[in-house]
Design a protein around this ligand. Structure first.
Ligand SMILES: [Zn+2]
Length: 239
């Protein structure tokens, strides 16, 4: 083969390989069977990142979260996560733990815990409690501890919940729990997320003796006695 001909063969081969690469990577990484991980931001909204192609995107409802749980609420504009009674930070995601904790009571009868979201059954409309579970879990925890209780829902979550190396889990508020229920419905209920159709306690109080719970069978939110044992699923918020 003449060297000129050899040169053209090389050039044409390079061009073909280049065209194949362009076709497979049109800028949307359509050819990549993505392998998503998380790039945790800590300030603005964290992104999922593909370890193969480097594509970044916001997390979506139903995704596996950084702690290995389920993303069930995303607000790309951010929401106020109540940290204490007077401080909030902006968070973007709520992630449910992959499994339940031990079923447990909410607290003691005849108590009204200062600072906790607390609604009577007749209250309409109910104020939005997205972002309240974190603060309320802490308030209920310290109150219950002071009352000498040792194994209530918030105490079990705060001492035991640790998934994917993450702590800081809390009992979801009424509205946070309902977001998890909405995903459960969307996924066809059943065994999705190892969730229990019987339902769960929320961190939202109802007067001296009750706490709000939600049936994951019917979706109804109603009130049960604080001293009765109910399923609990811990959640966490992150940026
Ligand atoms: Zn990819």
């Amino acid at each position: 083969m003449k060297s000129t001909k050899k040169f053209y063969v090389v050039i044409v081969t390079i061009a073909i390989v280049w065209l194949i690469l362009i076709a497979c990577n049109d800028g949307s990484n359509a050819g990549c069977s993505h392998d998503w991980g998380w790039e945790i931001n800590g300030v603005s909204i964290s992104k999922k990142i593909c370890s193969k192609c480097g594509e970044k995107t916001n997390g979506a409802i139903g995704d596996t979260g950084p702690a290995g749980g389920i993303i069930f609420y995303v607000n790309a504009n951010g929401f106020d996560l109540h940290v204490t009674e007077i401080t909030t930070v902006t968070a973007y995601y709520l992630e449910a733990a992959p499994v339940d904790e031990i079923p447990s009571a909410w607290g003691k009868l005849g108590t009204l815990i200062p600072g906790v979201a607390s609604f009577n059954v007749t209250e309409t409309p109910y104020p939005d409690t997205i972002g309240c579970g974190n603060r309320d879990t802490d308030l209920i925890f310290y109150y219950n501890e002071h009352e000498g209780l040792t194994d209530t829902a918030v105490q079990i979550i705060k001492s035991n919940a640790n998934y994917g190396g993450y702590t800081g889990w809390f009992l979801p508020s009424r509205d946070e729990l309902n977001e998890l229920y909405k995903l459960y419905v969307k996924k066809g209920k059943g065994s999705y997320g190892a969730l229990n159709a019987t339902g769960y306690f929320s961190s939202t109080e109802c007067g001296f003796n009750g706490a709000w719970k939600q049936s994951f069978n019917s979706g109804d939110q109603d009130v049960t006695s604080k001293d009765l044992s109910m399923n609990i699923r811990a959640i966490r918020a992150f940026q």
